[in-house]
Design a protein around this ligand. Structure first.
Ligand code: NDP
Ligand code: MG
Length: 327
């Protein structure tokens, strides 16, 4: 694990850093790097809320082409599915010969959507948290843990640059681990699909529907299967399963041992391995890129299906009464 003393901001002191994209991660990186005393420029296309926000935050947003021409370090914080096109059209023809090309997710390198010239350093600094927390934690003197990786080390200094960048956004205050583009990409996709997003949403929803179908009140099912998830996860986050088990009743703990393995069983684990295999083989990446080319019809359909679920309607009503959530 790397901390503040392992990272030296001097490696980036004389460089112009272009942050491409002013979205969730982009605004946080740009502001944190600037507050760390580094020389930052921002590229953001006009027209939307993120452009307005960039202006409000005091930037003079450039086009990608303009920013890349000036930059010694180009950090791409555009959506993963548009990076290839912007790389081909705007970045590749304009990037300085010995620049540093930098990412916060390995998708486009791991799945060969972007194939950088060998004279470039290629690094990753990936905060393990949403962009808005990357900013908030930094402002509070804290930080979000980061992963760093080096894919190409043309300068011989690539890792120093990655560590310096991680320090600039506050990552070394929390801890920085070294990984590879492949490991970061594959574990990130697996985590979000199997546990954090895909698995959790369907687990919550299936529990909720089972109770409601059996005739229980939807409001009670919501509290049991969704609201309490956060309370339980907070305990696990603070002290592992042990702390949660210490805090819940022995009845709950006995039920956990008895029924947990019936819900997540060999069939589930077999499917987890298949999901991982589809990520490793590039099948998932192919499907996602094809879905984008085809206009995201099934993506939009899934969004609609989820928002039509009873749990979303019940939840919206209940949360509107919980004034502390709005704050
Ligand atoms: P966002 O969607 O929040 O922001 C993307 C930015 O790029 C927006 O400012 C957007 O502008 C701009 N943009 C979109 N399309 C184009 C285009 N065609 N040309 C120029 N600019 C464009 O992305 P994230 O911050 O979520 O993700 C950025 C990177 O960070 C990704 O690689 C992601 O995997 C990675 N990452 C994200 C995390 C997160 O918490 N969100 C966590 C860790 C890594 P506009 O709004 O006007 O469309
Ligand atoms: Mg992730």
């Amino acid at each position: 694990m790397y901390y503040e003393n392992d990272a030296n901001l001097d490696f980036l002191q004389d460089k112009t850093i272009a942050v491409l994209g002013y979205g969730s991660q982009g605004h946080a990186h740009a502001l944190n790097l600037k507050d760390s005393g580094l020389n930052v420029i921002v590229a953001q296309k006009p027209g939307g809320d993120n452009y307005k926000k960039a202006i409000e935050d005091g930037w003079e947003p450039l086009s990608v082409v303009e920013a890349v021409k000036q930059a010694d370090l180009v950090h791409i914080l555009l959506p993963d599915e548009v990076q290839k096109k912007i790389w081909e059209e705007d970045i590749k023809p304009n990037i300085k010969k010995e620049a540093i090309l930098s990412f916060s997710h390995g998708f486009n390198i791991r799945f060969k959507q972007i194939i950088p010239m060998s004279n470039l350093d290629v690094i990753m600094i990936a905060p393990k948290g949403p962009g808005h927390l990357v900013r908030r934690e930094y402002e509070e003197g804290k930080g979000v843990p980061c992963l760093i990786a080096v894919e190409q080390n043309a300068s011989g200094r690539a890792k120093d640059f990655a560590l310096a960048y991680a320090r600039g956004i506050g990552g070394t205050r929390a801890g920085v681990l070294e990984t590879t583009f492949a490991e970061e990409t594959e574990t990130d996709l697996f985590g979000e699909q199997v546990v954090l997003c895909g698995g959790l949403v369907e687990l919550i929803n299936s529990g909720f529907e089972t109770l409601v179908t059996a005739g229980y009140q939807p409001e009670i099912a919501y509290f049991e299967c969704l609201h309490e998830v956060k309370l339980i996860v907070d305990l696990i986050f603070e002290g592992g399963f042990g702390r949660m088990n210490y805090s819940i009743s022995d009845t709950a703990e006995y039920g956990e041992y008895l029924s947990g393995k019936r819900i997540i069983n060999d069939a589930t684990r077999k499917e987890m391995k298949k999901v991982l295999a589809d990520i490793q083989s590039g099948k998932f990446a192919d499907d996602w890129l094809k879905e984008n080319k085809a206009g995201r019809l099934s993506f939009a359909e899934s969004r609609r299906e989820i928002s039509d679920r009873l749990i979303e309607k019940v939840g919206a009503k209940l949360r509107s009464q919980m004034t502390w959530i709005k704050k």
